[in-house]
Design a protein around this ligand. Structure first.
Ligand code: NAD
Length: 323
């Protein structure tokens, strides 16, 4: 943060990247925003378009399109580059296409001398965050994947709707892979200080366990449903990225279910996976260890094992050299 200014470099000015940029502008999330894309003309056009909206925003943000040397003094490099999910395509099947793009980008960012926090949205986000960690050689706390941040927001919205309470008073998390093996540890899901399970138990004529499990399924399938309807998802993830950006730049110590490297939590190591983390100026400050029951611990570990297997299967761990 030179002269106290907050600088974000965004790589990938597609649907997700520009939803993030637009939300960042409207929420005054940083002081400088640099747009990079392999399609330079697109990045230039997007910068012009955003700048023309500045007169109507509560923001004095400086926005321009640039090159990788801009990363040298950036606080955050946000990666939204890649190819998006096709209808019916699993996030994991995107990996091979997106890992090559990521390797190229991280090489360029590292060469510029970047020392800030990487924020990764490109899918499959847990695998790519781990890859960025391996390739960049930065301390693991400086690598943040969007993880299950958006899934958690979707869960809170749907539970708030079901129980007719403000989602901000719903304290529940989606954890694990951002994908099919993600799940809700219901023993840890609260409305105010009451568990969701006890609320269902105490009001059986009104609420049921089956209904909340259906909500969990709806959260898991939400991205696929949106993709079937409009080919891509972007507004929600753009806003989730701004939330994480503000937590970093504002040193907020906010608890967000980002994808972070496990360092012994729940018996897991090295794998990047979504779990509640305290996010501040230097990235991941610490992780909240949820007191999971045996079933939840097993489910979480299976999700981690799946991510670890995929990462090893494609040989990234061996084929990359640390810088
Ligand atoms: P998009 O196709 O609209 O945009 C991708 C952009 O990346 C394009 O502008 C392209 O030119 C650029 N790009 C490609 N290769 C590049 C390179 N080597 N260097 C610089 N720029 C490059 O795609 P999108 O819909 O914006 O999705 C982007 C990524 O975000 C995808 O991987 C998608 O799966 C992911 N995504 C993640 C979440 C989440 O919850 N984490 C949600 C939605 C989408």
């Amino acid at each position: 943060m030179e002269n106290g200014s907050k600088k974000v470099v965004l790589i990938g000015t597609g649907f997700v990247g520009m939803s993030y940029a637009y939300a960042a502008l409207n929420q005054n999330a940083c002081d400088m925003l640099v747009l990079i894309d392999k399609d330079k003309k697109k990045a230039e056009g997007e910068a012009m378009d955003l700048n023309h909206g500045l007169a109507f925003a509560q923001s004095h943000m400086k926005i321009w399109s640039g090159d990788y040397d801009e990363c040298s003094n950036a606080d955050i490099v946000a990666i939204c580059a890649g190819v998006s999910q096709k209808p019916g395509e699993s996030r994991i099947s995107l990996l091979r296409r997106n890992s090559e793009i990521l390797a190229d980008i991280v090489g360029n960012v590292s060469s510029a001398g970047f020392k800030g926090v990487f924020l990764i949205a490109s899918n499959p986000v847990d695998i790519l965050a781990r890859m960025v960690s391996e390739l960049s050689g930065l301390p693991s706390e400086r690598i943040i994947g969007t993880g299950t941040t958006l899934d958690t927001a979707r869960l809170r919205y749907l539970l708030g709707d079901y129980f007719n309470v403000d989602p901000r008073n719903v304290h529940a998390y989606v954890i694990g892979e951002h994908g099919n093996s993600e799940f809700v540890p219901w023993s840890q899901a609260m409305i105010a200080t009451k568990t969701v399970l006890s609320i269902c138990d105490d009001n059986r004529s009104k609420y049921s366990y089956e209904s909340i499990v259906k909500i969990e399924d709806d959260v898991r399938c939400a991205a696929q449903k949106i993709i079937e309807a409009k080919n891509a998802t972007y507004y929600g993830i753009g806003m989730a990225m701004v939330r994480i950006t503000k937590a970093i730049l504002g040193d907020e110590n906010s608890i967000l279910t980002v994808s972070a490297m496990m360092t012994g939590e729940y018996g897991q190591n090295n794998v990047f996976v979504g779990s509640p983390c305290i996010v501040g100026r230097n990235g991941i400050k610490s992780k909240i260890r949820l007191p999971l029951n045996d079933y939840e611990l097993k489910t979480f570990n299976e999700s981690c094992m799946f991510l670890d297997d995929v990462f090893k299967e494609i040989g990234l761990a061996n084929s990359t050299t640390k810088k």
